[in-house]
Design a protein around this ligand. Sequence first.
Ligand code: ADP
Ligand code: MG
Length: 323
Amino acid sequence: MPETKVSDMGQLVVIALGGNAIADREQVRAEQQEERVRRTAQAIVEIVAEGYRVCLAHGNGPQVGTIFLQQRAADSDRTPAMPLDVCGAMSQGMIGYWLQQALQESLGRRGLRMPCATVVTQTLVDPGDPAFQAPTKPIGPFYPREEAEILARESGYAFREDAGRGYRRVVPSPLPVEILELPPVRQLLEAGCLVIAAGGGGIPVLRAPGSDRCQGVEAVVDKDRAAAKLADQLEADLLLILTSVPAAAIRYGQTDQRDLGEVSSDELARYIRQGEFAPGSMLPKVEACIAFVRGRQGRRAAIATIEDAVAALHGLKGTQVQA
Ligand code: ADP
Ligand code: MG
């Protein structure tokens, strides 16, 4: 029997799910998150029904923040708190489990048969990445100033004031160098699986020089950048970033805001230089799209809402980026 390759089986789309695909800011109980994931799964299954191969990536900010706090709350000799990289692995398993159940249910309802699997994913980062000198990514809860100062002294963590809401721990956000579980992700896709990978940007790890030994680091890789890296390494046809706004916009939030439709990577790069996209939210999405479409000819990337996902795949809604 001839070997079947991912490329022979319909277009491959890597979908990056934003935080609002999994949890509402106020609704964080397990059953509430499961309900939200169920709605998201329906949209993903619509894409599967169109004949696309799907690899899902997702955010984990609120979930990993909660797990981290639960660890601290239970901290004792008998139940020691786990470090951030291990909390990242826990969040990948938890969200992957919810997605697998919800996807199976939605697939079944549509009369589709397809195995779904989550791959615990490590993302290799560079110890020389300048991000390690300047932590920027807020994680976990807000603290009053005095409490943050005590925690900083006791733990050595860095804290920063976050938009007038209090102090939060900040960790470095290095760039993804390589998705280490690429081979199993590819094999699962080739076997016809719907794959969930690189959750929360993947667990950031460093590799000891001249060895295969990897070690987790206290950092967070941006999930949109990790999804773009995964899409690039998988040689996907499309990168679809699903979030809470229908498009990337210029003059965002102002009376003359303009949502971007079809746009070239050069035009987007110009808007970046003009400071149109907020760092930490829209900027990494736009940068991820540019990096992906410039990686090889014929690629397309889009930013849209979950409701518009299928239309965005067809180029009809959202911000549509081509080289
Ligand atoms: P996700 O969880 O999907 O990654 P983020 O909150 O990180 O979501 O990013 C989406 C947010 O980016 C939007 O809710 C919007 O408030 C914000 N944003 C900042 N700048 C822009 C812009 N130029 N155009 C559109 N949205 C923007
Ligand atoms: Mg984000």
